[in-house]
Design a protein around this ligand. Structure first.
Ligand code: MTE
Ligand code: MO
Length: 561
């Protein structure tokens, strides 16, 4: 409607997030979004753009490309940018000294050793020399997977960061971070986070194009997380459900009756069934996902509301000041910058829960039927090669670079060297003696293996001839060593009920190349405590989104030179 008024940009800027009457621009149009904020599916994240152009944000939230979203925005049109403030392309001018609105301007500086896949938002993985070098990944080398910008949380205010917990009956409880830290028992768990897109580029190279970030083998890292148990917080907030009550299963333990707000006993049929509920988790930038409630309540599970990583406050990229950590489950559910938890009768309605992170059949391309399959939760087994050395000097180099230790590996925080790890130097000397005629070439390989659902890695098989013959790698990490006395006690209980391991295991292999072919294909596959193993090729598990690319990992080495 051209009869609508024109406003100077200075006027638009006044209608910022704090103004109570937020405006945004798109192109030369001006919208008053005051009434939309409450109804906006992404919550008040839309306020991030208040007083400015919404275009850079909508370019990030691709969901807004749908025509119906544009129609909603159009219903809030109040006017146009004054001609004096438009450039020759009809776009609002950027005033001198004013920076182009960049939602990523306040993102943290990242370690140079990360391989950047996309800069804005930041998606980056450690390069093979750093990947799985240590059992516990240092915070600055932990892979980063951001869908949006990194929310800014003032350090001085961090303890006042609020977490809202909403129960199925609509009851709402609010906790400050300080309250979480002081009122609940702290718990540590050593756990891998792995993106469902890890190794996606392998699938693309070996089968066909896939949609999504083309990760190498580095969209996975392992850390010691400290926080409070989600189930403790849910219980404190007053969650009452039936089934999956851990204390019911323990003989002789007192059974606490369900009590309603007035102190009357509630019968089971007044309570929602645990299995039908989900825990929805939302971050400050409106990323959201959910896990089934039984996962949160599992007495053997260790779902954390974490505030520390490797003994330090969470780095900004990894969720400062509070994130969910759901061990054994796809990392997409470990919501960072956690601000809201809601126990609900349905899964999160976010695009990341319903229109992403699912697995289709190899033939289901084009526009897949998203509602047909469940969201990925527990991760399958995988493994990868992070280093290969051929020839004696190459092996010595690997020792020098710290990939292979000449003696038993030094103790690493949270890990224990497996007994009987061969002294590499001794092996090299022995090899030299027995191979004076050098008909075979020594080879050394390193890497990691991990399985979801708490299933421990029990074996890693390596082939140096493309999968014809196999040998076993040495596992360098035992089940994660308890981090403190509490974890030791928890671990004892866990072992009594069947071991669970949420960490990865690094491994190394030392052997000889067979024959004198100019190239050799080194292959790895792993086995977990349920005897799951990996598929041989990606063809059979190909999916258009390139999720869960877990086929045998292969590296071809040129051995002619
Ligand atoms: N949480 C929020 N708030 N925003 C995000 O973009 N990305 C998810 C998950 N949690 C994400 C999030 C995905 S897909 C992954 S793989 C992990 O965080 C990555 O965690 P990291 O960056 O700490 O490695
Ligand atoms: Mo992810």
């Amino acid at each position: 409607d051209p009869s609508l008024p024109r406003f100077r940009l200075a006027e638009v800027r006044k209608h910022d997030a704090k103004s109570g009457s937020p405006w945004v621009t798109s192109g030369d149009k001006i919208y008053d979004i005051t009434d939309w904020v409450a109804a906006h599916p992404g919550g008040d994240v839309i306020l991030q753009a208040a007083g400015h152009s919404i275009d850079p944000y909508w370019a990030i939230f691709t969901i807004h490309k749908a025509p119906h979203v544009r129609e909603i925005l159009d219903s809030y049109l109040i006017g146009f940018v004054d001609i004096a403030d438009l450039d020759t392309n009809g776009q609002p001018k950027i005033a001198p000294g004013e920076t182009l609105e960049d939602p990523f301007a306040s993102d943290p500086v990242r370690d140079k050793r990360l391989v950047v896949i996309t800069e804005k938002p930041c998606n980056a993985e450690p390069a093979p020399p750093q990947l799985a070098k240590d059992f516990v990944t240092p915070g600055e080398l932990f892979y980063v997977r951001n869908h949006m910008w990194v929310p800014v949380v003032d350090c001085a205010q961090a303890d006042q960061h609020r977490l809202t917990v909403e129960l199925p009956d609509g009851d709402v409880r609010e906790y400050t971070l300080d309250e979480l830290k002081t009122r609940f028992k702290h718990h540590c768990v050593t756990a891998v986070l792995q993106c469902s897109g890890n190794r996606r580029s392998d699938m693309t190279k070996s089968v066909a194009k896939t949609n999504g970030l083309q990760w190498g083998a580095g969209a996975i890292s392992n850390a010691v997380w400290e926080g409070v148990l989600l189930r403790d917080v849910l219980a404190d907030a007053g969650l009452q459900t039936i089934d999956w009550q851990p204390h019911r299963a323990i003989k002789g333990a007192s059974y606490s009756p369900h009590v309603d707000n007035e102190g009357r006993n509630k019968s089971d049929d007044e309570l929602p069934e645990t299995d039908s509920l989900h825990v929805q988790l939302t971050g400050l930038e409106a990323y959201a996902a959910s896990i089934p409630l039984p996962v949160a309540l599992d007495p053997r599970g260790e779902v954390l509301l974490a505030f520390a990583m490797n003994g330090e406050p969470l780095p900004r990229d990894h969720g400062y000041p509070l994130r969910a950590v759901v061990p054994g489950v796809v990392a997409a559910r470990s919501v960072k910058w956690l601000s809201r938890i809601s126990v609900s009768g349905e899964e999160s309605t976010s695009q990341w829960q319903r229109r992403d992170y699912k697995l289709f059949g190899p033939n289901e391309g084009g526009a897949p039927d998203w509602d047909r399959y469940p969201a990925i939760q527990e991760m399958p087994i995988t493994s990868a090669i992070t280093g290969v050395w051929v020839g004696q000097s190459a092996i010595c180099n690997a020792v020098k670079q710290g990939y292979l230790s000449a003696a038993s590996p030094p103790p690493v925080m949270g890990s224990r060297a497996a007994p009987g790890v061969r002294d590499l130097q001794a092996w090299l000397t022995e090899w030299e003696k027995s191979h004076q005629q050098a008909e075979t070439t020594p080879v050394a390989v390193t890497g990691y293996a991990y399985s979801g659902g708490g299933r421990e890695i029990v074996r890693v098989d390596v082939s140096v001839d493309g999968g014809r013959t196999w040998d076993q790698a040495v596992l360098l990490d035992h089940i994660a060593k308890p981090y403190d006395d509490d974890e030791a006690k928890a671990l004892k209980n866990i072992v009594a009920r069947g071991r669970r391991d949420f960490a990865w295991k690094r491994w190394r292999y030392e052997g000889s190349l067979i024959g004198n072919s100019p190239t050799s294909e080194i292959v790895v596959k792993a086995v977990d405590s349920a005897y799951n193993t990996q598929p041989e090729r990606h063809d059979g598990i190909y999916n258009v989104r390139g999720n869960l690319a877990t086929a045998w990992h292969r590296v071809t080495v040129d051995t002619s030179g």
